[in-house]
Design a protein around this ligand. Structure first.
Ligand SMILES: Cc1cc2nc3c(=O)[nH]c(=O)nc-3n(C[C@H](O)[C@H](O)[C@H](O)COP(=O)(O)O)c2cc1C
Length: 247
C-alpha cells in the first residue's frame, strides 16, 4: 500500500514554532551578533574587485556585516572607498586587508584613522606588528585559521575572532573541507568567536554549524545579487539582501 504523505500546508510551521525557532537562533548566534554589532551574525566575505561600497553597504543595510575588499588598492583609494561606504550606510562594516600588500602598515593606519571597527587580515599568518597596531588603534582583528595549531597561535597573538574557511570556498586558504575543519577546531576553540566559511548558501547548512559551536557565518558568493556586482557596473546599486534561506 502506498504511504499517504501529508500535504505541504500541513508541514508548514505554526507561528508558535516560528517564534521558538527565532528565539533559538538568536541564542545560538548571540555571541556573533554582539561581536559584529549586527542583527544577523552573517559576514559578507570580502571579494577583491567586487566588495566595494555598493555591495558592502547593501549587505550592512540588510542586517549583515559587509566587508570592503582592499585587495591591491593604495591607501588613498581605500580611504575613499571607506568614506563612500559610510555615506551609504550607518550600519557596521569592516575592511579586509591582504597581508602581503607592500603598504600594509599604511592601510591599517587608513582604517584606524577612519574609525573602522573590524579589520580582517587575509593572505597568510598576519604579522604580530599588524595585529598589535590594529588592537592599539581600538579595532578588532579577524584572521584565518587553516588548522587547529594555527588557531591557537593566532589567539595567543591577540586576534579577536577566527575564520575557518574550507576548500569549498575555491581553495584560497587550503585543501581541507569545512566539514573536517569544523570538527577539528570548533569543539576546542571557545575563547573567541569563530566564523565558518566556504560554500554556505542556505540557512539550514548554517544552522548545522551554529549548533556545533561557532557563532558567526561568513558567506561571499551567496550574498552577491543575481546579476553579479562588478567593477565595471559599480555605479549600479545591487539589490543585495541575505538569501531568503539565510534570513
Ligand atoms: C572573486 C573572489 C574574490 C575574493 N577575494 C578575497 C579577498 O580579497 N580577501 C579574502 O580574504 N577573501 C577573498 N575571497 C574569499 C571570500 O571572502 C570568502 O571567504 C569565500 O568566497 C567564502 O566562500 P563562499 O563564496 O563559498 O561563501 C574571494 C572570493 C571570491 C569568490
Amino acid at each position: 500500500m502506498s504511504e499517504v504523505l501529508p500535504a505541504e500546508a500541513e508541514l508548514a510551521p505554526t507561528q508558535a514554532e516560528l517564534q521558538r525557532a527565532r528565539a533559538r537562533l538568536d541564542r545560538l548566534w548571540q555571541r556573533g551578533t554582539a561581536f559584529l554589532g549586527t542583527p544577523y551574525a552573517i559576514l559578507g566575505g570580502a571579494m577583491s574587485w567586487l566588495s566595494e561600497r555598493h555591495l558592502v553597504s547593501a549587505i550592512s543595510n540588510a542586517g549583515g556585516f559587509g566587508v570592503i575588499a582592499c585587495g591591491a588598492m593604495e591607501p588613498d583609494r581605500l580611504a575613499e572607498e571607506i568614506a563612500a561606504t559610510r555615506a551609504m550606510t550607518d550600519r557596521p562594516f569592516g575592511v579586509n586587508l591582504i597581508t602581503m600588500h607592500p603598504r600594509l602598515d599604511d592601510l591599517i593606519k587608513v582604517c584606524l584613522d577612519a574609525s573602522v571597527t573590524h579589520i580582517v587580515l587575509a593572505g597568510g599568518i598576519p604579522p604580530g606588528a599588524a595585529i598589535k597596531a590594529i588592537k592599539e588603534g581600538g579595532a578588532k582583528v579577524i584572521a584565518f585559521a587553516p588548522a587547529l595549531v594555527l588557531a591557537k597561535r593566532l589567539i595567543k597573538m591577540g586576534v579577536d575572532a577566527l575564520v575557518i574557511e574550507g576548500t569549498e570556498a575555491g581553495g584560497h586558504v587550503g585543501p581541507v573541507s569545512l566539514t573536517v575543519l569544523a570538527q577539528e577546531i570548533l569543539p576546542v576553540i571557545q575563547d573567541v568567536p569563530v566564523f565558518v566559511a566556504g560554500g554556505l548558501a542556505r540557512g539550514d547548512a548554517l544552522l548545522g554549524y551554529l549548533e556545533m559551536g561557532p557563532r558567526v557565518a561568513s558567506s561571499a558568493r551567496a550574498l552577491l545579487p543575481p546579476k553579479k556586482a562588478s567593477p565595471t557596473r559599480s555605479s549600479k546599486k545591487p539589490s543585495c539582501v541575505p538569501p531568503r534561506a539565510m534570513r
